[in-house]
Write a protein that binds this ligand. Structure first.
Ligand SMILES: *[C@@H]1O[C@H](CO)[C@@H](O)[C@H](O)[C@H]1NC(C)=O
Ligand SMILES: *[C@@H]1O[C@H](CO)[C@@H](O)[C@H](O)[C@H]1NC(C)=O
Ligand SMILES: *[C@@H]1O[C@H](CO)[C@@H](O)[C@H](O)[C@H]1NC(C)=O
Length: 538
């Protein structure tokens, strides 16, 4: 028994000496700084999780270089010591300010050694350096204790250094209905036991509730959401995404069909950050068939939302039919609008026939139009043209075919009637004024009485519509009365050429278009009227 003990002791000391004098070079790692309060105790696990957890067949050395000593000091395992270690855990009980310094953990596994350095700073009183922060959130439901993460203990919570009543003594504090008022410093005091003695470790955490109204979401500048990029299979493609941020922690990344892309598969991502603007480049080394059917997303998030824009890839070849279809549609629309424009007259005339009963208003007029033309021409050819037109096509088309009732001077006035009186009355009883202009010097005399009355009626009283028909070409209209010139500015005259005698000719359609809706009374009386005036003539 005694022998056994001796051997054990011997091997242990050999082991220790082997380790301490070992020429094994340790790989060094810098750990974080641990800040603690004097008077409390520290349970300090090895800063590396594996080093802390895998203690089987491993050995440890703990050393420290205290600020005041400036030399390395070996820490022992004796439990009666205030500072000692037990494998992967260092205990510093009832901390004093002198415990401030660099602590070194060596973790041996056969010929390997890892070394972790941690600075421990002891504060006499509470100091804001001791604070842990929570990432600002809009709503906080819990606060976790930043200390005593790896040991069991009983927790007491304080808010702004006063005890919180009705708590559950857990390492997580529940917060109900968090608001701006919930902000503050939360302190947890963890009481744990070591060798039958109770020890305290406290942690302080500042809670910040985020003001939602002040934070703007990240904004995508490019690409346009749901846009299409054309490319070819096998080529290299670079997609660019640009986001404007207000937050610092936001990052931008690319996804294909909701899976993150990595470099090994030929997708290289690169982010460039400048003045709150992040540009993310996705370099697709070789576009595959699969890429063409996929949705690429440029994705980003701040602390409370995830946003993204989508891009789909299309092969150039598959775009050709789409482009062709677009061109065809465009041409079709062009042709259709041309047709509509060309046939709009016919369409209006056709619809007029259909809706004639509804659109007809009783206006107590007797004539559809009063015809004004130069009766005493000095020039014989002009005189013949005018009378041929008036007594020929005008009468045939408008009266016989379409059933309009016209008043024509010389035909409809009775001999002996008071001329001026007659003109005024008849013009008042007419719905339209048809003014016939003749070319050459022998134009309508500006003093013609019916023209004066008619223009007055049309321009001043605005009651009568005017249709100006021009027989043959004219240089200009400066010799005409001002009122007529004004009318001609608003509406071009209808130019009549010899031979346009058919009611279905464009000229007569335009005249009919400007004429009032043919009176139903007239229509009934002229039973022989051909169909052309009723339905769409082709
Ligand atoms: C201990 O720390 C001091 C500085 O704090 C440093 O100058 C000294 O070299 C360290 N000693 C060892 C053995 O690492
Ligand atoms: C531990 O903290 C509790 C509550 O803050 C206190 O009542 C107790 O005395 C402390 N114990 C030690 C050993 O400091
Ligand atoms: C882009 O469009 C998708 C739907 O197609 C939408 O879910 C997403 O929110 C849009 N992204 C942005 C930034 O508007």
């Amino acid at each position: 028994m005694r022998m056994m003990r001796m051997i054990l002791l011997l091997t242990e000391s050999v082991l220790v000496s082997y380790q301490s004098n070992s020429t094994v070079q340790c790989e060094k790692f810098r750990g974080k700084t641990v800040r603690v309060r004097a008077g409390e105790s520290l349970y300090f696990p090895c800063p590396n999780t594996d080093c802390y957890e895998y203690t089987e067949d491993r050995s440890y050395d703990w050393l420290r270089n205290l600020s005041r000593m400036k030399q390395l000091e070996r820490i022992g395992t004796e439990e009666s010591e205030r500072v000692h270690y037990h494998k992967s855990v260092l205990y510093i009980l009832r901390l004093t300010l002198d415990d401030t310094g660099r602590y070194i953990t060596r973790w041996y596994e056969e010929d390997n050694c890892d070394e972790y350095e941690t600075d421990i700073v002891v504060y006499e009183e509470f100091n804001t350096d001791l604070l842990y922060y929570t990432v600002p959130e809009e709503k906080a439901t819990t606060i976790s204790c930043p200390v005593c993460e790896k040991q069991t203990g009983r927790f007491i919570w304080y808010k702004n250094f006063s005890l919180i009543p009705n708590q559950e003594f857990k390492n997580v504090l529940r917060i109900r209905n968090s608001s701006k008022e919930s902000e503050g410093i939360y302190t947890c005091v963890c009481t744990w036991e070591h060798n039958g003695l109770k020890h305290n470790t406290s942690g302080h955490r500042r809670l910040i509730i985020k003001d939602q109204s002040r934070t703007n979401p990240p904004v995508f500048q490019i690409p346009v959401n749901n846009s299409i990029v054309t490319t070819d299979v096998g080529t290299e493609l670079i997609l660019v995404c640009s986001v404007v941020f207000v937050c610092d922690e936001c990052c931008v990344r690319w996804e294909r069909n909701k899976t993150t892309l990595n470099e090994e598969d030929g997708y290289k991502q690169e982010n460039r950050i400048k003045d709150g603007n992040v540009q993310s480049f996705l370099n697709i080394t070789k576009v595959s068939e699969l890429d063409l059917l996929s949705e690429f997303r440029c994705k980003t998030e701040d602390s409370y939302r995830v946003i993204f824009v989508s891009i789909t890839l299309r092969s150039r070849a598959s775009m050709l039919p789409v482009i062709l279809a677009c061109i065809c549609t465009f041409l079709l629309v062009l042709v259709l609008s041309g047709i509509v424009k060309w046939f709009s007259l016919d369409l209006v005339l056709f619809l007029r026939e259909i809706f004639i009963k509804f659109s007809r208003k009783e206006d107590r007029k007797l004539y559809d139009a009063y015809v004004i033309y130069q009766r005493n021409n000095s020039d014989e050819t002009t005189s013949k043209t005018v009378s041929d037109f008036v007594n020929g096509s005008l009468l045939t088309v408008l009266e016989s075919y379409c059933g309009f009732k016209l008043f024509i001077h010389g035909r409809d006035d009775l001999p002996g009637e008071d001329c001026m009186n007659l003109i005024e009355t008849k013009i008042q009883l007419s719905r339209r004024l048809i003014i016939i202009l003749t070319p050459g010097t022998s134009s309508i005399s500006p003093t013609a009485y019916d023209l004066q009355v008619g223009l007055h009626q049309a321009l001043v009283q605005g009651e009568t519509g005017v249709i100006v028909i021009q027989l043959g070409q004219m240089q200009d209209y400066t010799h005409l009365p001002l009122g007529l010139q004004h009318l001609l500015c608003k509406n071009n005259p209808l130019l009549w050429r010899d031979g346009q005698t058919s009611p279905t000719s464009r000229f007569w359609k335009r005249v009919r278009y400007r004429m009032p809706v043919a009176s139903s009374h007239q229509r009934r009386s002229s039973k022989k009227r051909p169909l052309e005036c009723q339905s769409l003539p082709v």
